[in-house]
Design a protein around this ligand. Sequence first.
Ligand code: XMP
Length: 533
Amino acid sequence: MTQPLDTRPVLVVDFGAQYAQLIARRVREANVYSEVVPHTTPASEMLAKDPAAIILSGGPSSVYAEDAPGLEEAVVTSGVPVLGICYGFQAMSQVLGGQVARTGQREYGETRASVTPLASTLFADQPEEQVVWMSHGDAVHAAPAGTTVTARTPGAPVAAFEDDERRLYGVQWHPEVLHTTHGQQVLANFLRRGAGIDPTWTSGNVVEQLVEEIRAQVGEDRVLCGLSGGVDSSVAAALVQRAVGDQLTCVFVDHGLLREGEAEQVEQDFVDATGVDLVVVDARERFLSALAGVSDPEEKRKIIGREFIRVFEQAARDVVRAHEGEGQDGDRHHDHPVKWLVQGTLYPDVVESGGGSGAANIKSHHNVGGLPEDLQFKLIEPLRMLFKDEVRQVGLELGVPEGIVWRQPFPGPGLGIRIVGEVTAERLAVLRRADAIAREELTRAGLDREIWQCPVVLLADVRSVGVQGDGRTYGHPVVLRPVSSEDAMTADWTRVPYEILARISSRITNEVEDVNRVVLDVTSKPPGTIEWE
Ligand code: XMP
């Protein structure tokens, strides 16, 4: 019997570092629920959330700077267990009466720390010498009264302190980054041994909790969901389906710009696995005609976005009308109106748009922003507290097919922006085949998780001379664009082993008619973007 979910959050106070979300993710990985709050949140507001613990993140400031973000004393004296990290560690030291000073010896990057596992809650069961990731100019010189120093580094005489009585802990380095070899263990020790929190944030419990929330929110109303074939909309739909069954109708617009097998994965595999009621709109012809003769990339995006909204709106109207009260035989049909629209917003979007409980930014076109007057839905965002990796776990828990759960990012306008030049049915067929071969070989080589995504691009406006068999060819090049990334904001080209590139190249040039060259894109982002258009 698993323990029920403890929904009291571990609050991660964001002092302006890029690390706060990462800390929150690591806490979740330790099976504990966490929320990010800005450092400007008043202590009273933080405490009103009844936090199970508070973690103070790192930040770019020096505690001496005039505009240094402050820390209210109430946060560390309220009795709630606290862990300070980097800047948070120093701010906490100061508030508790310790001393922070310029060391003159900055530490950046990998550093060796000596810890005292025997006398420690944070370092229990760990080696005395650890590699840690540092980034600081100031250091704590005198630990606050009542605390025990449990770690040192060459540049930080007090690199960690602990006080089990008041349940106050701190480390100078970053336990959340992977370079810190025992970082996750330090966080887990704080949560379990220091703060006494049970690890109840499991995908089973999360599904149960979200299902209850959706039921309470939706009642007997009907819900509409646009399925794109991507991870987020699929998992959101599967959750709502689990919660309210056939009160949910999903709409899938097949714009004909998906990759090989993807439409089938939605129409068959997803429906078989989840039992959702799915309306498929075959709009392939419509998109092709709208795109005929258009080569400009921005124009293509606009057309695809516009057509998508129109088709989705029409489908939504049809679904709404079907439940508007008149049964087919003219009898009054006691149905409920379609009031809700599912949106696959994730937690990073919520944090980045200021946290809080308001609706997060409505994203790109296929998430369907400004709908017309007669189609006003309330948004339901069942994934708004989840990180991407949690969405995948929830998807697996719900039985969403693995091919969808592990899908790499794919742009809304699809292959439409991976053909440089006009989009035609023939060119789509060529690209679809080349892309399928590349994906197949990368998967076979076990590289799917290492590669963030690998666009395959058809340079439809370029031809070059080649030779095949006895004859001269005059075909198109295909570009492979494998990239490694954390968030698509920056990326590096992935060093795919030569043998695998060779296999992809030889298969594509042999099997795909009209393609006589395969080239590799070795540009990072910046300066290049991931997609070619
Ligand atoms: P770029 O090319 O800007 O891509 O480096 C960054 C990430 O965004 C995806 N992408 C899009 N996604 N609609 C989308 O939904 C679009 O128009 C679009 N353009 C790029 C791209 O695949 C990458 O993951």
